[in-house]
Design a protein around this ligand. Structure first.
Ligand code: HPA
Ligand code: ZN
Length: 326
């Protein structure tokens, strides 16, 4: 299909990517062997076969267990470098990645090992290909706000290399309001804040993220469409929504990609774009997501270009750098 070549060729940016979600089964087994860990799967094929999720939580259970193979700084470097090579091959020129420090510090891994491993790989990608990046430290919402404050304290020596804060993990029952004080503290540090909202949780959680956490970007946000006034507000404010179509299908947010609201979001004037979320678990990187949406929704070249433009507009690149890619 002619548009598939366009998807491959366009310089792209990715704004919603969990680095722990790029851990491919092959690397998981290699790191398990390196660290003397026995995985509860006989081989790569049986691990992959377990990637059949009923909802967000069933995915998170596997995702946190898989992250247990990540121990040394080198492990985090290898994980990040593998993603960046893949992203470069996909035509990504700028990426904004989440990391979940609490997943690691809770297992006794030093914050420094996580941070230095990831950042060294990001620096190597910029030196090697000029690929730019931002690093977003994400808080786990199934844990307490107090736990969030504790990990923020551990992050303080590394803040010069952290570009923003996020909120992820189990959404239902863990509304943004639970983290109002923590995000107020993050904003005092003068770094931008984002939050997963309206993935499994209701549109009201998107409103809370905007009003109580004062985020400058909503991750997912697909359930915003259930509230017409919210949609108008998001469009008027040009609030970015980092949509992840293959993730939504794998986690049963929508039954089928043909029913995904991506096109309706664009038509409503929303600043939506396509991202891969946890590509090792959801069956596709950024270009795969765009290709799958092109096919399922019959997106035209104009819609693909709009999505890619939206992601540059919503990125944290400086205006001059954005202009270079437009
Ligand atoms: N939602 C919430 N938390 C997550 C996700 C997600 O899609 N991926 C990794 N952590
Ligand atoms: Zn996510």
């Amino acid at each position: 299909h002619p548009i598939d070549a366009l998807i491959a060729q366009l310089p792209k940016t990715e704004l919603h990517l969990h680095i722990e979600g790029t851990l491919e089964p092959e690397l998981m087994f290699a790191l398990a062997a390196r660290n003397g860990i026995t995985l509860p799967y006989a081989d790569i094929a049986s691990l992959r076969a377990a990637y059949d999720f009923g909802n967000l939580q069933s995915f998170l259970d596997l995702y946190y267990a898989g992250a247990g193979v990540l121990q040394s700084e080198q492990d985090f470097y290898d994980l990040t470098w593998a993603y960046l090579q893949r992203a470069h091959a996909d035509g990504i020129v700028h990426t904004e990645i989440f990391f979940d420090p609490q997943t690691h510090t809770a297992r006794g891994i030093a914050f420094a090992s996580v941070y230095h491993g990831i950042s060294r790989a990001l620096e190597a990608a910029e030196a090697e290909w000029g690929m730019t990046s931002r690093l977003i430290m994400s808080f786990l919402r199934h844990l307490s706000e107090e736990d969030g404050f504790a990990v923020l304290e551990q992050a303080m020596p590394y803040l010069s290399g952290i570009d923003g804060f996020g909120l992820d993990s189990s959404e239902a029952g863990h509304p943004p309001s639970k983290f109002q004080r923590l995000f107020a503290r993050c904003r005092q540090l003068e770094l931008p804040c984002v939050a997963h909202a309206g993935e499994e949780g209701p549109a009201a959680y998107v409103c809370e993220a905007l009003e109580l956490l004062q985020v400058c970007r909503i991750d997912h946000g697909v359930r915003s469409l259930e509230d017409a006034a919210l949609v108008q507000r998001l469009a008027a404010e040009r609030m970015p929504l980092t949509v992840c179509p293959l993730s939504n299908i794998k986690l049963k947010v929508f039954a089928d990609l043909a029913e995904h609201p991506l096109r309706r979001m664009l038509q409503a004037g929303l600043l939506a774009m396509v991202n891969s979320d946890d590509p090792a678990y959801f069956g596709g990187y950024l270009a795969d997501n765009l290709l799958a949406c092109r096919r399922a929704l019959d997106l035209g070249a104009d819609e693909i270009v709009q999505l890619v433009r939206n992601s540059f507009e919503a990125s944290w690149l400086a205006p001059a750098q954005k202009a270079d890619w437009q």
